[in-house]
Write a protein that binds this ligand. Structure first.
Ligand SMILES: Cc1cc2nc3c(=O)[nH]c(=O)nc-3n(C[C@H](O)[C@H](O)[C@H](O)COP(=O)(O)OP(=O)(O)OC[C@H]3O[C@@H](n4cnc5c(N)ncnc54)[C@H](O)[C@@H]3O)c2cc1C
Length: 470
């Protein structure tokens, strides 16, 4: 195990948000791109395998049973940028960094699953699947983010919600016991496996996603069949056409002309793809080449039809890197991510200021236009207009990724960005649109629901695990 011992320092009084990375390091805090109020951490532990995780949990449980202790905050690769990265919600936690648990324990191409540990990145798993009949449902984040960490966040993949990729979990409970839930391959049988994501009997996987009730040391992750053809159609539309464009996309999605995976980029986010002053849409069609060609023709006909809000965009606005991401290809240089983030995964937390707000909005033109107004009116002080990416989740729901960028060393800009974030939380809550993933400054209120309280008391009676965001 490798450790980065820190001091169990007392809570400082409201420290400035614009603390530099060097200061943060010296004070044993997690350096994170959001420049949230820094949290003191007691220690950062880096166990090398699942057995070490269990002994750390047992030792913490022993201390918790007799008195004050530092609760554990597990992270996989800790790249939860904009929401707090690897930082805990409360002061004094011990960060359990699981990035050294990085084995791909198994891959079964026929059954369509991989068993991965927390440190396995999406780039590594995509690389292992290269040229095979299966692919990973990649996200738009860096290739160096964790497959398991993103699933535990219930993140959004390019083809479906990452929660749908989950089949089973290996857990260390608060007393150090190992257990499994969901579906796992039968290691004693020679028969072919059939993945059953909900397992048999009560389905427990999602007690442990968006949760802080156990440490996850491995997961069974479902793999998608690799499509024979992948085609991303780029379309643009003018600002004034936002409600109409959203309604057309909604109707195409509801009628299955296109899959429920379209992405809409506001003009700030669209610049990443070489589009100026217009909104951009990426529609990804996959599968049999004939079907992809036929659907492409149909979409082109509708785009060119009378009253259409859309214009077909040039091919460079959905280039090979974009196609590669939808095709589940590894991108060892992280090209697409670097383009979006403006730096590499390793330097983002220190070099960039970045906050994320992730509300879920009805897939409806007027609701999306109203959300766009709320974003524009929330901007405080010198906060720059944010990049907004909207991910279609199904025919009724579209999540918004609002990315606030700011210079991280300028105290006033940091403060303006955080006041903007607070306003976004307030105005979207008033409109009934809540974020599907909160940040460390806006955790879900506790307690929420008698059932969850009871489950929490049974699973972690002594508070071995630190309070999470959910
Ligand atoms: C340009 C850009 C694009 C992005 N695109 C996307 C996108 O398309 N989709 C998307 O979902 N996100 C996206 N993100 C957000 C974010 O970077 C990813 O969600 C990332 O995968 C989360 O970090 P991670 O994988 O390191 O998980 P971690 O930070 O390690 O884990 C996330 C959380 O899960 C819990 N957890 C993690 N591991 C464990 C464990 N082993 N046991 C118990 N609990 C655990 C903890 O609460 C932790 O805070 C993007 C970010 C940027 C900057």
């Amino acid at each position: 195990m490798s450790t980065a011992p820190g001091t169990s320092a007392p809570s400082p009084a409201a420290p400035a948000r614009a603390e530099t990375a060097a200061e943060a390091e010296a004070g044993h805090r997690i350096i994170e791109s959001g420049r949230f109020r820094p949290r003191w951490v007691a220690e950062v532990l880096r166990p090398g395998d699942a057995d070490e995780v269990a002994s750390i949990v047992r030792e913490t449980a022993r201390r918790a049973a007799v008195g004050p202790h530092s609760p554990l905050h597990p992270v996989s690769t800790g790249r939860n940028w904009g929401l707090g990265s690897g930082s805990p919600v409360e002061e004094g936690a011990t960060v359990l960094d699981l990035s050294l648990l990085d084995r791909i324990r198994a891959i079964d191409l026929r059954a369509g699953y991989a068993v991965v540990e927390p440190g396995v990145t999406q780039g590594e798993l995509a690389g292992r699947l290269s040229g095979s009949e299966r692919m990973l449902n990649l996200t738009g984040a860096s290739q160096h983010t964790s497959v398991l960490g993103n699933i535990l966040e219930r993140g959004v993949g390019l083809h479906r919600a990452r929660a749908e990729d989950l089949a089973g979990l290996e857990l260390v409970l608060s007393d150090g016991t190992f257990t499994r839930c969901g579906w796992w391959p039968d290691e004693r049988s020679d028969h072919a496996d059939t993945v059953q994501p909900h397992g048999r009997g009560p389905s427990l996987n999602h007690v442990f996603t968006q949760s802080a009730m156990a440490v996850v040391t491995a997961a069974v992750v479902r793999l998608l069949p690799r499509p024979e053809a992948v085609r991303v159609l780029p379309l643009t539309f003018a600002e004034a056409e936002l409600p109409a464009a959203v309604d057309v996309l909604r109707s195409w999605t509801a009628q299955r002309l296109i899959p429920a995976t379209a992405k809409i980029y506001n003009p700030v986010a669209a610049r990443t793809y070489g589009v100026e002053d217009r909104w951009l849409v990426h529609i990804c069609l996959t599968g049999d080449p004939g079907l992809v060609a036929a659907r492409s023709r149909l979409v082109a006909e509708r785009v060119g039809g009378h009253g259409s809000p859309f214009v077909a965009a040039p091919p460079h606005t959905a280039d090979d890197h974009v196609h590669g991401a939808y095709a589940g290809l590894p991108d060892p240089d992280d090209t697409l991510f670097r383009r979006k983030a403006g730096c590499c995964a390793r330097c983002l937390d220190t070099a960039r200021g970045l906050l994320m707000f992730l509300p879920v909005v009805p897939f409806d033109g007027s609701a999306v236009a109203r959300a766009s107004e709320l974003i524009a009116t929330a901007l405080e002080g010198g906060t720059a207009a944010p990049g907004v990416t909207m991910n279609v989740l199904d025919a009724d729901t579209i999540d918004h990724v609002v990315t606030l960028g700011f210079p991280p060393r300028d105290a006033r800009s940091v403060d303006d960005a955080h006041r903007t974030l607070d306003r976004l939380h307030r105005s979207f809550a008033a409109a009934g649109h809540h974020p599907y993933r909160p940040d460390i400054d806006h955790p879900l209120p506790r307690p929420h629901g008698v059932l969850l309280q009871r489950i929490g008391r049974v699973l972690d009676p002594d508070g071995v695990f630190a309070r999470g965001r959910f």
